[in-house]
Design a protein. Structure first.
Length: 115
């Protein structure tokens, strides 16, 4: 009886986990977009520079990763964005940089895909 329950539970997890994962990614992407939109209303110039830094950093991380120059693209992108913003004299919350990078990655790899 225990083997049957285990098999049923495994099949249910195999079916529902991918659905839950997609829903979680969609939810997180929506929250990041909302957070960035709120930030734009607060200070549009800094938010614009943050988005520019994130796109620049994600592109640099993708290229460095493809050339096998780095192992962790997210850490590299975060460092590049942070240094880029510092060069422009912007001190910003690290969580906001992280959210902008996640948003840039989502936009880069999901552009044109149906929601």
């Amino acid at each position: 009886m225990e083997n049957v329950l285990s098999a049923v539970l495994q099949k249910l997890l195999e079916y529902f986990l991918p659905i839950l994962a997609v829903a979680l990614v969609g939810f997180l992407a929506a929250k990041i977009k909302y957070f960035l939109a709120e930030s734009k209303a607060w200070n549009p110039k800094i938010t614009s520079l943050l988005e520019e830094a994130a796109v620049f950093a994600v592109t640099a991380a993708e290229q460095a990763g493809a050339a096998k120059l780095i192992e962790d693209k997210k850490t590299y992108a975060f460092d590049v964005a942070e240094r880029w913003l510092e060069l422009h004299g912007i001190k910003i919350d690290l969580d906001l940089i992280d959210a902008a990078i996640e948003s840039a990655v989502y936009e880069k790899f999901n552009a044109g895909k149906a929601s």
